[in-house]
Design a protein around this ligand. Structure first.
Ligand code: FAD
Length: 382
């Protein structure tokens, strides 16, 4: 196992200070390692995640070679030649487990943003104190965007949130964590080959959730109540002005509709599975309040906005992979983790084998299947 940093490197180096997992403690399950602390319904802080993954590395005695950066992987005579900053390896098979979120995705229109504006990605952001005083435009309203918008607003700065496609979820539903429902009802176990539109499912933004001790819901209504101004999707930056799409109303309506459909599915599962007595009665949440007149543009030269936070997603980085298996969109071509090159495998990508594939608790089932295939491949080579 080659790791360019230390075990849990992404959690040590690429997360903001206040971040907690949005998955509850009881759900952080790894093979033979379960959360056994006093707060199973709480949410781990980043140092706690680092500790948890570190404990798993010790427990599993994984042969990790840390501080080794892979610089190239090539296919040579049916094997793979792996070049690193600490020498070369020749191997029969390679598992690409380098993560789905190596780089922040930032739209190309950053170049058109006036120089007076500070631009920050979630990888640079540590906390509001590092930002200049004044207004902040947060672009993107998925898990990262809503969490950063809320935190920056609490620091007293005016915050405008540009809302694109998003997934609305309540933190708790019928008295249970909404992720308990995803887990218990089997939504998270749904396999990639059962998903209706796999391409879409793999691109689905992360849900609007935050892990707080209060188990609070962080949706657009909660943000509006704190004074965050909602605007539509950022369409472009032209002549120093940020221009927002007029489609906010339909995006909000769609997210509300999809949330209700998911909750309907949970209710149906509880009824059929005989769980109604274990949970509170069904509930529905207020529709998302549409701002009266959402602004369609903001002049970025006026001084109103001093910072833009690009919470526009993350992507993997395969610049080191010299095997022609990456498509035009920068994604690995694979079938359930079996990459389109003999002996090459992947883990930890969105809906790799199941809906839970990118979550900490999703790795166990996926790894078992992918490594099963790999073992068969190696046996076949003998
Ligand atoms: C902001 C954020 C919040 C998240 N919150 C949650 C959550 O609440 N719950 C949850 O279950 N999941 C969450 N996730 C998903 C989380 O990242 C995964 O659950 C988990 O960290 C994925 O582990 P991984 O090993 O697949 O990828 P990573 O953690 O990204 O690990 C990949 C490793 O590969 C190393 N690497 C990459 N390239 C090279 C190279 N060329 N050479 C050598 N080493 C290399 C990296 O240093 C890194 O350590 C979150 C992700 C992000 C970005």
């Amino acid at each position: 196992m080659l790791e360019r940093g230390e075990v849990a490197n992404s959690w040590r180096t690429q997360r903001w200070e206040s971040l907690r997992l949005l998955t509850p403690n009881w759900q952080s399950r790894l093979p033979a390692l379960r959360y056994e602390g006093a707060d199973p319904d709480g949410y781990m802080t980043v140092p706690e995640v680092v500790d948890f993954i570190g404990r798993f590395a010790k427990l599993s005695a994984a042969p990790v070679r840390s501080s080794v950066t892979v610089t190239s992987v090539q296919r040579v005579d049916g094997d793979y030649l792996v070049a690193t900053d600490r020498g070369k390896f020749r191997c029969q098979a390679v598992v690409v487990a380098s993560g789905a979120c190596n780089l922040p995705t930032v739209p190309s229109l950053t170049d058109a943003v006036p120089q007076s504006i500070t631009q920050v990605t979630p990888f640079d952001y540590r906390g509001p104190a590092q930002l200049p005083d004044g207004g902040v435009l947060v672009v993107g309203a998925s898990a990262t965007g809503v969490q950063l918008a809320a935190e920056i607003r609490r620091s007293g700065r005016p915050v405008t949130l540009s809302v694109g496609e998003h997934v609305r979820l309540p933190r708790t539903y019928r008295g249970r964590d909404v992720l308990w429902w995803m887990d218990a009802s089997g939504v998270w176990d749904q396999r990639y080959d059962e998903v209706e539109d796999l391409t879409r499912a793999r691109r689905l933004p992360s849900p609007q959730l935050v892990g707080t001790p209060e188990r609070s819901t962080l949706d657009l209504n909660a943000l509006s109540e704190t004074g965050v101004a909602l605007v539509g999707r950022l369409a472009t930056v032209r002549d120093g002005a940020a221009l927002f799409s007029g489609g906010l109303r339909s995006l909000i309506a769609l997210a509300d509709l999809k949330m209700d459909r998911l909750l309907d599915g949970f209710d149906e599962w509880a009824r059929v599975d005989g769980r109604d007595a274990d949970v509170d009665p069904p509930e529905r949440f207020a529709v998302t309040a549409m701002p009266e007149r959402p602004r369609l543009q903001v002049d970025l030269r006026s001084g109103e906005i001093r910072t833009i936070v690009w919470a526009t997603g993350f992507r993997p980085d395969y610049r080191w992979l010299d095997v022609p298996v990456v498509d035009a969109k920068g994604q690995l071509r694979h079938e359930g983790g079996v990459v389109d090159s003999p002996g090459l495998y992947a883990l930890g990508l969105p809906v790799l084998l199941r809906r839970k594939s990118t979550f900490i608790h999703g790795i166990e089932d996926d790894a078992r299947e992918v490594i099963g295939h790999l073992a068969g491949y190696l046996a076949g080579r003998k």
